[in-house]
Design a protein around this ligand. Structure first.
Ligand SMILES: Nc1ncnc2c1ncn2[C@@H]1O[C@H](COP(=O)(O)OP(=O)(O)OP(=O)(O)O)[C@@H](O)[C@H]1O
Length: 269
């Protein structure tokens, strides 16, 4: 990212003035993407051929129990993992670097205060410190955390740390925000606030938002819900095609539904 990008980012985040992208733009497309860890008898298939498209403006929850493959799928969407087979592409983005991943684990650096933590990725990308700090301050305001700017990570709560982790991604103004269990370790009220912050920020910065969760209440806040079970991407209500799939007209759901139908055919033939 260049300094010019940072200024534009700052302005877009602060003012919500990023031009609205065409809503049919495909930001990331998985085609039959699989991810296997290990080899031979130790191989674990974390994701079985997933087909999914996320478009600008999508609000997508990927729901599943622990070990179902949600994080693995999110890492494929973020370009952090290469698919073992199939493809992942970012047709409307400059590549996976235009995505922002809010990690599951607390990843703030203890020696840096909140605004420094939030600005760090921009600084590391070569953005002048003052511009990075301005963008960070604007992003913290988006998640209702501006008042925490001067505190160290040890001086804030778990829920506040999650909001800061979200702000750190939002400061980069990604067009695709990927959040891995952002409410996982939080109580209901605090988790709700973190989700509020992500939804508000995604609206303000006109980003698509994909959230993994095991919590149906969290998933219910997103327009489209898909389920992962044993590494397979299903529709919202199970593996039986379009029936009951929330927002089946949504590309993400429709693509996964199509995939589910394909899988069903393959498995029964
Ligand atoms: N780096 C890895 N090496 C080997 N196996 C892995 C690795 N990462 C994940 N797995 C395995 O892949 C499967 C899917 O894991 P993944 O973390 O994607 O699931 P998840 O639904 O995100 O679970 P959780 O909610 O507990 O994070 C699990 O069986 C897990 O043990």
């Amino acid at each position: 990212m260049t300094a010019g990008d940072a200024t534009a980012t700052d302005a877009a985040v602060r003012n919500g003035t990023r031009p609205a992208p065409p809503t049919d733009e495909v930001l990331v497309a998985c085609q039959d993407a699989a991810l296997t860890f290990g080899r031979g008898q130790h191989a674990v298939v974390a994701v079985h051929g997933a087909t999914l498209r996320v478009r600008a403006g999508d609000r997508l929850a990927i729901v599943g129990s622990s070990g179902s493959g949600k994080t693995s799928l999110l890492h494929l969407l973020a370009g952090l993992e290469q698919p073992t087979s199939g493809t992942v592409a970012w047709p409307a983005l400059a590549g996976p670097r235009d995505t922002g991943l809010v990690f599951q684990s607390d990843s703030l650096i203890p020696a840096l205060d909140v605004v420094e933590n939030t600005a760090l990725p921009l600084v590391l990308a070569g953005v002048p410190e003052a511009d990075a700090r301005d963008a960070a301050t604007a992003a913290l305001a988006l998640v209702d955390a501006a008042h925490l700017a001067e505190r160290l990570p040890e001086e804030i709560s778990g829920g506040q740390a999650q909001r800061v982790a979200a702000a750190r991604v939002l400061a980069q103004a990604p067009r695709l925000i990927l959040a891995d269990e952002p409410t996982g370790r939080l109580d209901h009220t605090t988790g709700g606030r973190v989700l509020d912050a992500l939804l508000t920020a995604a609206d303000r910065t006109r980003a698509a938002l994909v959230v993994t969760t095991h919590d149906p209440a969290v998933a219910g806040r997103l327009a489209t819900r898909l389920t992962m079970r044993d590494g397979r991407l299903l529709t919202a209500e199970g593996a039986e095609g379009t029936e009951g799939a929330e927002g089946a007209e949504n590309t993400a759901a429709a693509a996964a539904t199509q995939e589910t139908a394909t899988q069903e055919t393959e498995e029964t033939s």
